[in-house]
Design a protein around this ligand. Structure first.
Ligand SMILES: [Zn+2]
Length: 343
């Protein structure tokens, strides 16, 4: 959970966030705003995961590095969370860390939930969720630690509009003079309620609420990509030149953006089929249909061909990017894959 691939839709936003990491242009503060259910929080976590991942791939975090493994449990020493809480627990002042076990479960099981879902989870009763002024000292304290194992420290603040004024003012100071290699990700439902001076210091991203139609479309797209992927691999294994040619027409018809998206998808499938060889189901992230195909296909992907295989797909992506004829790129790719699959 909490990978880019788990985010339904939002293809453009994902691509923008991925690109910024790949180019090393990391704004020290981002504000992701979206209504409840839009998925701004899981998107922020997926971005943090990608940023902290030490084995990141073109389209997502690796899932296997120590950083990813810690984020799987939401227990990464360089990833901090601030969220609204209730004032007291067992007659003393409460801090976010007091609610970490509940928070982890909440985020893993219901990443698209909302404030009332969270307050129910911590049995807040009638209490409002607030980010208390005292929490800002905790934020400063955590950011003063040297990062443990990553280049970056990430502080995700969920619902900054629930900050007490004093907390917001301290946050503003931090944003004005950001500690080195620290990234703030503010995730808001009502950005208008955040003071303008904070907002203006953040790179702002709008995370729109997707209709069922949008979400269904993106599921349909994954299914379509898988079918195309299967066809290429079958044609390549059987050296079916006629089939390769027919499929290059289909590929051409996708248009440039989808061609690129498909090639990124194919890279992920190849990597995951390779991981399947290593027999580590816990770092395998295929859906049911993909896993079905992998049962046989993974035997074709091995340590002798996997890097060239992914390399050819990357090369094809670059060729599409620079406007080389899509049919040629695709046909050429199928031929190269046919050779690679024999290794
Ligand atoms: Zn990783």
């Amino acid at each position: 959970m909490l990978y880019f691939k788990d985010i339904k839709g939002h293809t453009d936003l994902r691509a923008r966030l991925i690109q910024s990491v790949q180019e090393g242009v990391i704004p020290h503060a981002r504000l992701l705003s979206g209504p409840e259910g839009a998925g701004a929080l899981p998107l922020a976590v997926a971005y943090a995961r990608y940023l902290l991942c030490t084995g990141r791939a073109a389209d997502d975090a690796c899932g296997a590095c120590p950083s990813c493994q810690k984020i799987n449990k939401l227990a990464h020493p360089d990833l901090h969370f601030v969220f609204p809480i209730i004032n007291k627990i067992s007659s003393r002042d409460a801090f976010c860390d007091d609610f970490l076990p509940e928070w982890r479960e909440f985020l893993m099981k219901t990443p698209n939930s909302n404030l009332s879902g969270w307050l129910e989870k911590i049995q807040a009763g009638n209490a409002q969720g607030t980010i208390y002024a005292r929490e800002s000292n905790e934020i400063v304290r955590k950011l003063n630690f040297k990062s443990y194992e990553s280049d970056y420290k990430v502080m995700i603040i969920w619902l900054p509009e629930k900050m007490q004024e004093a907390a917001a003012n301290k946050l503003l100071k931090l944003l004005e003079e950001p500690p080195d290699k620290t990234v703030f990700l503010l995730v808001a439902e009502e950005p208008d309620k955040i003071i303008t001076t904070i907002r203006s210091r953040c790179q702002q991203l709008i995370v729109p609420l997707l209709s069922d139609e949008n979400v269904r479309q993106s599921t349909d797209e994954t299914d379509m990509f898988l079918e195309l992927f299967k066809s290429i691999m079958r044609n390549s294994v059987s050296h079916n030149l006629r089939g390769m040619k027919a499929k290059s027409e289909d590929f051409h018809a996708l248009g440039r953006d989808k061609q690129k998206a498909f090639l990124a998808y194919a890279q992920r499938q190849v990597r995951e089929n390779f991981l399947n060889i290593l027999n580590q189901p816990q770092i395998n992230y295929m859906n049911e249909n993909e896993a079905d195909f992998a049962v046989k296909f993974h035997t074709f992907v091995n340590e002798r061909n996997v890097f060239d295989f992914v390399g050819e797909l990357e090369l094809a992506e670059r060729h599409i990017e620079s406007n080389v004829n899509a049919k040629m790129v695709f046909f050429d790719l199928s031929m190269k894959i046919a050779v690679l699959l024999k290794r």
